[in-house]
Design a protein around this ligand. Sequence first.
Ligand code: B12
Length: 316
Amino acid sequence: MIRVLEERFRREGCRLRAVSVERLEALREDLNRLASSDELNGFQQYILSGIYQFDLPSAFEARQVLVVATPTPACAKVEFEWEGKKRRVFCICRSDETGTGEPPNILAVRWLEDLLSPAGYQLESAGRLPLKRLAVRSGLSVYGRNNITYVEGMGSYYTLSAFYTDLPPDPAGDNWREVSVHELCASCGACVAACPTGAIRPDRFLIDTDRCLTFFNESPGEWPAWIPQSVHRCLVDCLACQTDCPLNAEHRNQVVGPIYFDADETRRLIEGLRPEDAEPDLSRRMRLLMLDDFPPGPVVGRNLRLFLEHGEQAYW
Ligand code: B12
């Protein structure tokens, strides 16, 4: 069955790996070791103790964890009409689905259910596991120097998900292995140089989230004075450590768009429009750009205003 799942995902342009739930103990030990070192800042300690969760499902006896990578485009070209001018920016993007279809990470749940349910097996999200480390140790991906992970055929442009299932493990065993960094990272440094705020430190592997632009532009609140307002190149998040990465050379031209927001739509976004209050087509464009994942006014509106007032134009 695992081979059938792997094959189905590969056919859909996605990847899947399975590991026994017993492997989670080793994963937890990895994190305990890291937590008791002095490497993590307060936010990272909080992720380990308050966000990650290793509780198994109560509805069935979990036997395996399925780790899934579903591709996303590298970015989207986005154009805003503002004060009579067109302002262009590259943004993160959920899928290359420009119609009303669902992105691959949602479809993935359906593919799993279609194969597992008729055989009597159950499925539950395991989305609060440490997904990157799980993916690397499962053999699905490998770390890059920028601290995110890479999958063959996708570069770093994908979403990770994980699921518990009671499907018994393959008697041949899984592919569990030590964490590894891609061999090209040892002599590259492109992401270290590209990071606009110095979050990827030359002296150690773990990034400094207290300097990561994404950390700040995903959070509401006062914009920190030390970050130059001109560094904004996305509405939310950042693309810098992925765009210049040689491991993404074959994937960075998978660009969606242009996606256009007229003057009225731009104004409403600044004012904190919620996707559920927008007309269907505007709501679809907002969701495509993942704006529904963030507080509309305090994050999306604030960031858009910052970009329009101070950000650098993108060229295409
Ligand atoms: C919190 C979070 C963030 C925070 C903090 C990120 C951080 N690096 O600390 C912020 C908001 C900053 C963020 C940013 C981004 N994130 Co994020 N994030 C998460 C989340 C929820 C938890 C990850 C985390 O912070 N863990 C705590 C830290 C301490 O763990 P870690 O980064 O995994 O660190 C490990 C390694 O460094 C390793 N390690 C330590 N020392 C050493 C030494 C060596 C040599 C090696 C090999 C490894 C190693 O051990 C650590 C523990 O496992 C996950 C989802 C999930 N459930 O896992 C998504 C997730 C990791 N994010 C994701 C993405 C896409 C991003 C962004 C690219 C978004 C963007 N476009 O801006 C950026 C990338 C920033 C970066 N360069 O890391 C994806 C990654 C997909 C991928 N390709 O790997 C995930 C998996 C979400 C998803 N479901 O797909 N993110």
